[in-house]
Design a protein around this ligand. Structure first.
Ligand SMILES: [Mn+2]
Length: 263
């Protein structure tokens, strides 16, 4: 681990008891973070979540304990939900010491104004996904689902997951990536020139030039090959994934960023 800033961001860990090594790597990661100012989790911490009463039944109490310990070490933890764990709620946050943040959010991080999002809502070419997301975002749908018994929720979630896996086999890679016009519009409507998101599992840093300004889209990786994370410091931002580091350095004179690749 190479922590080059006081603020760290992660997403797409997809933690589940079915993958004990993932749980272990999260516990190690949070121990290494103790003492940093702030951790942002930008969604899909869990492979799926069916209500704040189910951590124990899903075999995920160690994750809660790890977050709580990090919080107690003095690190401020901010949590955004993703399309897999959109049912994470206030009870989970209260018991782990996390602050719930709605997307999209403009946050001041190490002096930079950064737009944060999980990322699936930027993938507007995937119409079926957007339709599904609109349904489960309805407060009434959520209330109805959460009022079901644990085993009912469990079997509905299982059915939903296998449907989604089957759907992915037929979708082209392009459909499951962000839509460029949606990204540009999102940045146009914000004051930010940095956007950090996850979801697509395609880590990278991309310049976006529009209306005479350059913005940067930073994409977090998933954790299939170990932790992927972004560190933000006043003068630099580093994206770690698959043993690589991509960095943005900010110039002192005009505050523009320069990209550097460390393979
Ligand atoms: Mn996702």
């Amino acid at each position: 681990m190479d922590i080059t800033g006081p603020v760290v961001l992660i997403s797409d860990l997809h933690l589940t008891a079915e993958d004990p090594s993932g749980l272990e790597s999260f516990e190690t990661f949070t121990r290494d973070l103790e003492g940093i100012d702030q951790l942002y989790i930008l969604g899909d911490l869990f492979e799926y979540w069916i209500g704040d009463d189910s951590a124990e039944a899903l075999g995920l109490t160690n994750v809660c304990t790890a977050l709580k310990k990090l919080h107690e070490s003095g690190t401020h933890i901010t949590l955004m939900t993703g399309n897999r764990d959109f049912l994470l709620g206030q009870d989970f946050c209260n018991s782990t010491g996390c602050h719930l943040l709605q997307e999209p959010a403009e946050e001041k991080i190490s002096g930079h104004l950064i737009l944060l999002q999980h990322g699936d809502k930027l993938c507007t070419d995937d119409i079926n996904h957007q339709r599904h997301r609109a349904i489960v975002d309805e407060p009434l749908w959520r209330e109805t689902f959460l009022n079901k018994s644990f085993s009912q929720r469990q079997s509905l979630a299982r059915a939903g997951r296998s449907q989604s896996d089957a759907g992915k086999r037929y979708k082209s890679a392009a459909i499951m990536d962000v839509n460029q016009a949606t990204v540009e519009n999102t940045l146009l409507n914000s004051r930010c020139s940095l956007l950090i998101h996850g979801h697509t599992h395609r880590p990278g840093i991309h310049p976006i030039t529009f209306e005479n300004r350059t913005a940067w889209r930073i994409v977090l990786g998933d954790w299939a090959a170990g932790p992927s994370y972004v560190c933000v410091a006043p003068e630099r931002l580093d994206l770690h994934f698959e043993k690589q580091v991509l960095s943005l350095f900010q110039s002192e004179e005009n505050h523009t960023f320069r990209l550097h690749h460390d393979a």
